[in-house]
Design a binder for this molecule. Structure first.
Ligand code: NAD
Ligand code: UDP
Ligand code: UDP
Length: 328
């Protein structure tokens, strides 16, 4: 435990990644202010933290100014799954851009360090593979993913301009697909979709022919990367890729999940969404050399933990029958 608690603001703290981050910061003795408008976040994600005296939840939309006193800010607020960020695309861009301006204005006023949760989507549908941080991307600025991709790109611009112009202490990490317990069961992301479908023995929805690739990082590994980045020297501004460099096709992921769940699900093919990136895999040499970070969790083990989470969730909601032994 630290002797003097840092006051840390986590925006999007009731979301999937945010709730794990709050947990990690509390465990090391920080004072955590969790700000969320509950668009995609859930109170259930942070219910287990409410009894902790160092934890304070606050309902707030970061597109509005926020006046608080903190030492560090992790800016995670933004819907992350395509169906959620495309639901109200204008609000998505506002959250990334106006939200970044407000959080950077706050960081400037109170002289806090601020970390931006950027994304591999800044590389768009990449023509360089694997993607390193010098690659400038291939983003369609007017397509259905643009509200997210361009919003995040503009947020990076704002971070670097506040850094150059106002000497704000920034950190920018570009997160690649991350999965784990507390993903939203209905957010349409591939890992949660496939696991829920497999557990219900429903058809697995493979978009396109399933040959498109992603690289899947377990949430605990990613949170470790966040904290290392924030704790790094002020010269370490990034952007730095955080992700698991083991590339897996979506069809292969479906097979692994069917195998791990012992499911009777079959595969059903659906059209590939517009602008869906064909290949994605991080080059993490910078994270390795600068932060001494690399992911540790093997995909199958991480998926087993995630499956266990969804099993409990579905059983509590009565959507899948409890095993006979459990009912006895
Ligand atoms: P999530 O949807 O679970 O979490 C986002 C949180 O932000 C939610 O709790 C939501 O209610 C909150 N939020 C949204 N708009 C807000 C606003 N205007 N004001 C306040 N709160 C708001 O998604 P996640 O996977 O936890 O993603 C967290 C961050 O990481 C996002 O910024 C996302 O872009 C980034 N990211 C995630 C991944 C991933 O694979 N999970 C990959 C790349 C980047
Ligand atoms: N801001 C905030 N909290 C603060 C300080 C600023 O939310 O503690 C917001 C404020 O609404 C402002 C934005 O951050 O519009 C950008 O602040 P900055 O100081 O860069 O710009 P200015 O106030 O000059 O517009
Ligand atoms: N995908 C799929 N079936 C689903 C959900 C997603 O085949 O039910 C595919 C999707 O087309 C994409 C990949 O899985 O190629 C990852 O999708 P996700 O939405 O999880 O993340 P992102 O596209 O933002 O990386």
């Amino acid at each position: 435990m630290r002797t003097v608690a840092k006051r840390v603001l986590v925006t999007g703290g009731a979301g999937f990644l945010g709730s794990h981050l709050c947990e990690r910061l509390l465990a090391r003795g920080d004072d955590v202010l969790c700000v969320d408008n509950y668009f995609t976040g859930r109170k259930d994600n942070i219910a287990h933290l409410l009894h902790q005296p160092n934890f304070e939840p606050m309902r707030h939309d970061i597109t509005f100014p926020l006046y608080v006193e903190v030492d560090e800010i992790y800016n995670l607020a933004c819907p992350a799954s395509p169906i959620h960020y495309q639901f109200d695309p204008v609000q998505t861009t506002k959250t990334s851009v106006i939200g970044a301006i407000n959080m950077l204005g706050l960081a400037k006023r109170v002289k806090a360090k601020i970390l931006q949760a950027s994304t591999s989507e800044v590389y768009g549908d990449p023509i360089v593979h694997p993607q390193d941080e010098s690659y400038r991307g291939n983003v369609n600025p007017i397509g259905p993913r643009a509200c997210y991709d361009e919003g995040k790109r503009c947020a990076e611009t704002l971070f670097f301009d506040y850094h150059r112009q106002h000497k704000v202490k920034i950190r920018v990490v570009r997160i690649f697909n991350t999965y784990g317990p507390r993903m939203h069961p209905n957010d349409g992301r591939v890992v949660s979709n496939f696991i829920v479908q497999a557990l219900k023995n429903e058809p697995i929805t493979l978009y396109g022919d399933g040959s498109q690739t992603r690289a899947f990082c377990y949430v605990d590994d990613l949170i470790d990367g966040f904290v290392r980045m924030m704790d790094a020297s002020d010269e370490t501004v990034g952007p730095i890729n955080l992700g698991n460099p083991v590339e897996t096709s979506v069809a292969e992921l479906a097979k692994i999940i069917i195998d791990l769940t012992g499911s009777r699900s079959t595969i059903t093919y659906r059209p590939l969404p517009v602008d869906d990136p064909v290949q994605r895999c991080p080059d993490i040499s910078q994270a390795e050399s600068v932060l001494g970070w690399q992911p540790r969790m093997p995909l199958r083990t991480g998926l087993q933990r995630t499956i266990a989470y969804f099993e409990t969730l579905l059983r509590e909601h009565g959507a899948i029958p409890a095993p006979k032994t459990a009912a006895a």
